[in-house]
Design a protein around this ligand. Structure first.
Ligand SMILES: Cc1cc2nc3c(=O)[nH]c(=O)nc-3n(C[C@H](O)[C@H](O)[C@H](O)COP(=O)(O)O)c2cc1C
Length: 190
């Protein structure tokens, strides 16, 4: 009888310790990749999603800030002469950035958020991608839009920046509802 009790106790101790090990492994997996959640947003939609993603992934939130903020007149896509229309019509346009600089060496993975503008990412996002050395970094795009998919913007980003290791992007047009599930999925795949 004593032997049976001893065997049962050892089994219990073993199962508890392997569970604890698994929990540590799960926690490690979240923390061993250093994540930057860099986003551009003019009217707050992408910012909300980016904030939720940073919370879910434990990533550092970073706002891609244009040196000169966009006014609502600048964002008028019906006006061919508006700042956004002029910039998006010129594929070489790279509006200057302001805000803090970052040290990309501190991060392994960048989650890159932006609104879709004319089926592409806004030009300040290109400025950001060209300002820092992204070679060999994993970048996972996410976007918000008025209905367009993320596909056209990702296709152009892959073409312009082939040295980046691009992972599949995701459009969040239902607010932050799907953020938790998506964040969990990407962390598991990193
Ligand atoms: C200049 C400009 C161009 C846009 N072009 C598109 C577009 O091609 N397709 C689309 O679905 N939405 C388009 N939109 C809508 C934005 O993608 C959408 O409102 C986005 O969620 C705004 O994000 P933000 O609040 O983070 O700036 C455009 C918006 C602006 C200001």
């Amino acid at each position: 009888m004593k032997q049976i009790v001893l065997i049962l106790m050892s089994l219990l101790i073993f199962s508890c310790s392997s569970k604890a090990q698994k929990q540590t492994a799960d926690t490690d997996r979240q923390s061993d990749k250093r994540i930057l959640v860099a986003y551009f947003s003019c009217t707050g939609t992408t910012e909300k999603v980016a904030t939720a993603i940073a919370k879910e992934t434990g990533g550092k939130l970073y706002r891609i800030t244009p040196a000169t903020a966009y006014t609502s007149a600048d964002l008028d896509w019906n006006d061919k002469a508006s700042r956004s229309s002029v910039e998006m019509a010129d594929e070489k346009s790279r509006p200057a950035l302001g805000g803090e600089t970052i040290d990309l060496k501190d991060y392994d993975v960048v989650l890159l958020g932006y609104p879709i503008w004319w089926d592409l990412c806004p030009r300040p996002v290109n400025t950001f991608l060209e300002k820092y050395d992204f070679a060999g970094k994993t970048v996972i795009p996410f976007a918000t839009s008025g209905g367009s998919s993320i596909t056209g913007s990702v296709k152009q980003l892959k073409k312009l920046y082939p040295k980046i290791e691009w992972k599949e992007g995701r459009l969040f047009n239902g607010g932050t509802a799907n953020v938790a599930g998506w964040s969990k999925q990407i962390i598991e795949k990193l």
